[in-house]
Design a protein around this ligand. Structure first.
Ligand code: 13P
Ligand code: SF4
Length: 321
């Protein structure tokens, strides 16, 4: 007889892949996963994508339950778009340093100093910040969103100062930047990247725009996780140095098994896994299974906040259709 989960733990004898499949059917649930999740979670997901694709998938789904294998702001986004559906997150503590960098009261005071500015917020922010924003963007549509704002308007860009600086360079548009950053992308070292490039002179360097500008200066291609993946599939090169969270290597290797992917090293001299997001990695296959079994933790939010946050999010989705 197959063993089942007790309240808080999973038996080593359980076939979680099989049991998660059964739960999906029984609950009419969909599992949405980000590329930074552990490989087992990516493999069990119904849909794998970058932040924009995940928001679009959440908007379109007809499932009753959305199981979000990602971080808190991503599950919040799914809830904002689906007030009547149940949204589950395997670990509610899966946060984000960018979202944490912009507490709503401080941001509201900052915004009040520039009352005539249009507020563009990167999707990596809380529902409260989305509610204070005019339009949301992700790394895959940020340039388009910035260019959509009339030239005579001031822009506040929050919370990622590195993505903001990259967009200023790309569009030539001045913006007032909130000084947040991603702890993972901040950690990549230019010195170690140069060293890696000398050892792999034929490798293409591909980087996420959350990296600092001295690191981005060495990139052959810059883009969202999805754009980086597509680049590795289409480009003729057989070696790539990947300057983003190391979880994306799983799908890159699956899509191009004959190519070599080298995870860029973090700054630290220790053997830390600093190129892995500690928040993303809080989710495990076991927690995913347990959250479906217990229908908890569930993401909820006050309706007034949800409705206010939805406006800036829908504006982005309309512009990205
Ligand atoms: P994208 O998948 O949209 O590129 O975002 C990367 C990221 O840092 C998510 O937390
Ligand atoms: Fe946030 Fe960075 Fe982790 Fe993405 S990788 S969830 S931006 S801390």
């Amino acid at each position: 007889m197959m063993e089942t989960a007790t309240e808080t733990h999973v038996s080593a004898k359980q076939d979680l892949f099989e049991q998660i499949e059964q739960l999906k059917k029984a609950m009419n649930a969909v599992i949405l996963a980000h590329y930074y999740q552990e490989p087992d979670i990516q493999d069990v997901a119904d849909f794998l994508g970058d932040s924009l694709q995940l928001a679009q998938a959440a908007q379109k789904t007809d499932a009753d339950v959305i199981v979000f294998a990602g971080v808190h702001f991503m599950a919040e986004t799914a809830k904002i778009l689906n007030p009547t559906k149940q949204v589950l997150l395997p670990d509610l503590a899966a946060g984000c340093s960018l979202a944490d960098s912009a507490p709503a009261p401080l941001f509201a005071a900052f915004k009040a100093q520039h009352p005539d500015a249009v507020v563009i917020s990167y999707i990596n922010c809380t529902a409260e910040i989305k509610a204070l924003s005019d339009i949301i963007c992700t790394s895959s549509n940020a340039e388009k969103i910035v260019r959509s704002v009339p030239a005579d308007k001031k822009i506040i860009f929050a919370p990622d100062k590195n993505l903001g600086a990259y967009l200023i360079k790309k569009t030539g548009r001045e913006m007032i930047l909130w000084q947040g950053s991603c702890i993972v992308h901040e950690t990549f070292s230019e010195r170690k990247l140069i060293w890696l490039k000398t050892r792999h002179p034929h490798a293409k360097v591909i980087a996420h725009p959350e990296c600092k500008s001295p690191v981005l200066a060495h990139a052959d291609f810059i883009g969202s996780t999805r754009a980086l993946l597509e680049y590795t599939m289409k480009n003729d090169a057989t070696e790539f140095i990947v300057v983003t969270e190391a979880g994306i290597l799983h799908e890159m290797e699956k899509k191009s098994p004959h190519k070599k992917f080298i995870a860029a090293p973090p700054n630290s001299e220790s053997s830390c896994n600093c190129n892995e997001c500690p928040y993303m990695k809080l989710n495990t296959l076991e927690k995913l299974y347990l959250c479906m079994t217990h229908r908890a933790p569930e993401l909820t939010m006050p309706e007034a906040l949800r409705a206010q946050a939805e406006k800036s999010l829908l504006r982005m989705l309309e512009l990205s259709a």
